[in-house]
Ligand binder design. Sequence first.
Ligand SMILES: C[S@@+](CC[C@H](N)C(=O)[O-])C[C@H]1O[C@@H](n2cnc3c(N)ncnc32)[C@H](O)[C@@H]1O
Length: 178
Amino acid sequence: MHEVSDLAPGRALDLGCGEGADAVWLARRGWTVTGTDISGVALGRAAEHAAEAGVGDRVSFARHDLTESFPQGEFDLVSACFLHNYGDFPRDAVLRTAASAVAPGGTLLVVGHAGWAPWQEDREEAHFPTPAEVLAQLEPVTAGWEVLRAEETERIQNQPDGTPGTRTDNVVRVRRPA
Ligand SMILES: C[S@@+](CC[C@H](N)C(=O)[O-])C[C@H]1O[C@@H](n2cnc3c(N)ncnc32)[C@H](O)[C@@H]1O
């Protein structure tokens, strides 16, 4: 989420927010955040984390299966971090809907793994879209938007044995014209 630390706070939508780490991070920086996830358990923990962080008044959580429903409204930031298309999840269609929810002048951030981590052994069949593929998937909605970032990035993540390993992710950041 540090990819958007330069943005002035506004209304944010975090898709597949899990236990709310990014939503809390944004709220701490002044954003009003809607976090959404299919998992009621994750959302319950996310609400607890927001309350513990003292930002419960700036974050709301709503349960959605994004294949069936989508939060109402428009947002200055819509983020989809590690919302992958394992199984038959229609990620590209969900990302286009996400782009449609970006307000004029707002930002869409899509972060995903570039592949399996080197230490992962149980690798099911999966395709990890490149930044260029993500841009192409978004294109019907984001034609004319400014591409601020579309690249691979490396980060350190703890391996199962607790030692740090290097993981490669894809980051796509686009801005809708004002
Ligand atoms: C790998 S986690 C990422 C969590 C968080 N965004 C992060 O960056 O750490 C993927 C999240 O997407 C959620 N998810 C999976 N399928 C979903 C769906 N159909 N609708 C909404 N959320 C979904 C999962 O419950 C999970 O919390």
